[in-house]
Design a protein. Structure first.
Length: 142
């Protein structure tokens, strides 16, 4: 055998295209670290708690659900005056879609997989809603 150590297989040398690029914490030029546009964290090592934690924090800013009680827009940033979300899951297996304008709830849609009563709190008012299995409740607030 020529060229190499007998009994040991040499690893192919990695190319630049298949290597991860390290980021440095002290680099504050926005080139390394931070958050990618898809909301995944851009720092080594990959940390799922940071990635999912950010999404969970944003969800809690928009809706807080506690066993039959929903609070909409409890911590809306001033910069998010208008917006909408769809497909958010709340406690009780309820799917929530809602839209807001000028920081106030405009439209809400609740879909439940079972019969249940929930209290919705938004715009300074509380409203109790009775949801039917596989039914949809649409509400408009003006």
């Amino acid at each position: 055998m020529s060229g190499g150590v007998r009994g040991r297989r040499q690893k192919p040398s990695p190319t630049r295209s298949n290597q991860l690029r390290y980021t440095r914490e002290e680099n504050i030029s926005c080139v390394g670290g931070g958050i990618y546009p898809n909301m995944l964290c851009a720092h080594p090592p990959f940390q799922i708690d940071g990635n999912f934690g950010f999404a969970a924090a944003v969800a809690e800013m928009l809706i807080q659900s506690r066993k039959g009680h929903f609070l909409l827009l409890p911590a809306l940033p001033d910069e998010w005056k208008d917006g909408k979300v769809g497909g958010m899951k709340a406690q009780g297996d309820i799917t929530v879609d809602f839209e807001w304008r000028e920081g106030r709830i405009h439209r809400v849609r609740l879909c439940s997989s079972r019969e249940q009563k929930v209290t919705l709190e938004c715009n300074g008012i509380s409203k109790t809603v009775f949801l039917k299995p596989d039914g949809t409740e649409n509400m408009i607030f003006d």
